[in-house]
Write a protein that binds this ligand. Structure first.
Ligand code: ADP
Ligand code: MG
Length: 141
């Protein structure tokens, strides 16, 4: 399923809609270049899950936990060189919990990203435009 958003708010709204329908244990990997909109969409997903705290890009932390209608784990692999480092950060422990795992820079998780994870891929098509492709979307509806 592919969406085109024309401004930041549309990406947040898409995230909100997604967040509202997620069920416990769901893992979502976000793929795409720096500035393509991963954190922006995650803000919306968290809002849709009832998180009231402000979600931001963590500067040094890899995993940030938020409280929504389910626990939300924002995992940002930006500072991870490759998947060899993941056991150190307890990557898999978070994934198989009761919460929702939102993984930024999911390409760095390599094959530790479960096959049934939802994948959200971002492409910058223009200054304020993004093409957002969600795979395994049928799991959600
Ligand atoms: P990433 O987490 O992928 O590095 P961010 O979400 O932090 O990216 O940043 C995306 C940047 O692109 C923000 O500055 C945002 O305002 C801007 N932007 C412009 N148009 C859009 C859009 N349609 N969707 C998402 N972000 C957009
Ligand atoms: Mg980011």
């Amino acid at each position: 399923m592919t969406f085109e958003t024309r401004e930041q708010e549309e990406t947040i709204e898409l995230g909100r809609r997604l967040g509202k329908v997620l069920t416990k244990g769901t893992i979502i990997g976000f793929f795409g270049d720096l500035g393509s909109g991963k954190t922006t969409m995650i803000k919306g997903v968290a809002q849709g899950l009832g998180v009231t705290e402000l979600v931001k890009s963590p500067s040094f932390v890899v995993v940030t936990e938020y409280k929504g209608r389910l626990p939300v784990y924002h995992i940002d692999l930006y500072r991870i060189a490759n998947s060899n480092e993941l056991p150190e950060i307890g990557f898999e422990q978070n994934l198989y919990g009761e919460g929702i795992s939102l993984i930024e820079w999911a390409e760095r998780a390599g094959n530790l990203l479960p096959a049934d994870a939802i994948k959200v891929k971002f492409e910058i098509t223009n200054h304020d435009q993004r093409r957002i492709t969600i795979s395994n979307f049928n799991q959600l509806i």
